[in-house]
Design a protein around this ligand. Structure first.
Ligand code: MN
Ligand code: MN
Length: 471
């Protein structure tokens, strides 16, 4: 680029950051969080645990007790063990609307199929089905871990994590050796590895004797002994296969973090921390972590369900309001759809339009619209809302930038934004820019994580009136 107009408008946050030690300290906390919470269930459980410790109370229990909510009260809701929401009640009535930040806690991965285990040519393997938009070839020949839960007959739950401890074995999907890949090289990249080739190698020791399928039998014996899991228990289980190991600092200057599933924990964590540090906001503040975004937000733990209005109904009821008040609360709300956005990658410049693509290090991205082709599927936030959020960020001294989903007609993507907007609320996509989005290991800037946290906190605590901008 010649005279770089983007960098002039949206300079690197590192230049304006007075307190780099605060950036590094926040990034360390995030690195530990993203290393520990690798699935939607783990994210929901950990955020609820931390919220309870911080004095948040179960909204369902308060509802059952007929309690009343007042300013400063802190409540949480857990749904399906996969979605969670947290609120700090504000000074203003709920009918004036809430300040909400919503992220998704699911991430692209491989799921074990309901009857996964089989033996072939002396090895035990497990069938997977990929979840979300992955490049299938990226999941071969790397160490993988298994996280999940089996619910046995009668409801007993067995939680399993294998492959994270240094002493654990990992799982592995093989690829052809480079020496024998002449035919594979001729395929299109998208066809290099097929979905039915994403089979985990899980064992190779046969039982003593000459029993048929002795390796599979040995693995079944091991599953029974170590985890009390029978073969049929896979039918009522959710086992997710994710890259093994934790997040790492990246770059010689350690300015970046390389991790699995930054998308979307890199928005979950700053949103959650902001709410934990919110005491008596003007408007009721809330953060919601939902599931299933990577497959279209369907299902009862996804944003395209009645999850949000059901939860807000409870808040309104405990504040003495009715369903009309609930609708007003939803309509008058402002929601940041906290999701990641593509960052400009100097290694692949032709994929981006440089003047409208976020840079790693220039702060949270206000993404007016996502979608694909002619903005198809986009929420497309209003100019009024862009101005509202821009003013809050500027007033708090937050470095922010604009961004989009890359060069037109090359691809695109969606977020939960359209599902929130159906309530009539104001919705803007605002999150962290990534390189290698949806790869088993994604890259993000520590300055962006910290500035996003500062931006979210300013938003949740702002007393600014959206009405003023709507005219
Ligand atoms: Mn996302
Ligand atoms: Mn995604």
């Amino acid at each position: 680029m010649s005279k770089n107009s983007f960098a002039d408008l949206y300079p690197s946050a590192w230049k304006g950051t007075a307190d780099r030690s605060a950036v590094m300290a926040f990034a360390k906390d995030y690195r530990e969080f993203v290393s520990r919470c690798k699935t939607e269930r783990e994210t929901a459980a950990e955020t609820v645990r931390a919220a309870r410790e911080a004095g948040f109370r179960d909204l369902d229990e308060l509802c059952a007790a007929g309690a009343a909510l007042k300013a400063g009260d802190k409540v949480y809701v857990m749904r399906q063990n996969k979605a969670a929401a947290f609120f700090v009640i504000g000074e203003r009535p709920l009918t004036d609307g809430l300040r909400l930040i919503c992220s998704h806690a699911d991430a692209p991965r491989l799921d074990l199929r309901p009857n996964p285990l089989y033996e072939k040519d002396g090895m035990a393997l497990m069938k997977t089905h990929y979840y979300g938009g992955i490049k299938k070839y990226q999941w071969t020949a790397v160490p993988l871990a298994l996280h999940g839960v089996a619910v046995k007959k009668g409801g007993e739950r067995v939680s399993v994590v294998i492959g994270e401890d240094a002493n654990d074995p990992v799982l592995y999907i093989s690829d052809l050796p480079a020496h024998l890949a002449a035919d594979q090289y001729k395929k299109k990249l998208a066809d290099g590895i097929a979905g039915e080739e994403l089979n985990l190698i899980v064992g190779s020791i046969p039982l003593d004797g000459d029993k048929a399928e002795g390796v599979k039998a040995a693995i079944l014996g091991l599953l029974k002994e170590k985890y009390c899991i029978d073969e049929k228990d896979f039918a009522s289980a959710e086992f997710e296969i994710v890259p093994a190991g934790g997040a790492r600092d990246a770059g010689l200057d350690a300015s970046l973090i390389a991790s699995y599933a930054h998308d979307d924990r890199i928005c979950v964590y700053p949103a959650f921390r902001s709410l934990l540090e919110t005491e008596r906001p003007a408007f009721t503040s809330g953060v919601l972590f939902v599931d299933k975004e990577e497959v279209g937000s369907q299902g009862n733990s996804g944003m395209n369900s009645h999850l949000m209005e059901n939860i807000v109904s409870r808040l309104v009821r405990l504040s003495g309001g009715d369903l009309f008040d609930r609708d007003a609360a939803l309509e008058n709300s402002v929601l940041l759809s906290a999701d990641v956005c593509v960052g400009y990658d100097p290694n692949f410049p032709s994929a981006f339009e440089p003047n409208n693509t976020a840079r790693l290090g220039s702060g949270p991205v206000l993404m007016k619209y996502a979608g694909a082709r002619g903005k198809s599927g986009a929420n497309d936030a209003s100019a009024e809302l862009m101005a509202f959020v821009r003013d809050i960020f500027d007033e708090a001294g937050v470095s922010w930038q604009i961004g989009g989903m890359g060069r037109i007609d090359l691809g695109g993507g969606g977020t939960i934004a359209p599902f929130a907007a159906k309530y009539g609320m104001q919705v803007l996509d605002c999150g962290v820019a990534l390189l290698s989005m949806h790869a088993p290991c994604e890259l993000a800037s520590k300055a962006d994580i910290y500035e996003t946290y500062r931006g979210y906190k300013a938003f949740l605590n702002s007393a600014a009136e959206m009405k003023k901008y709507l005219g």
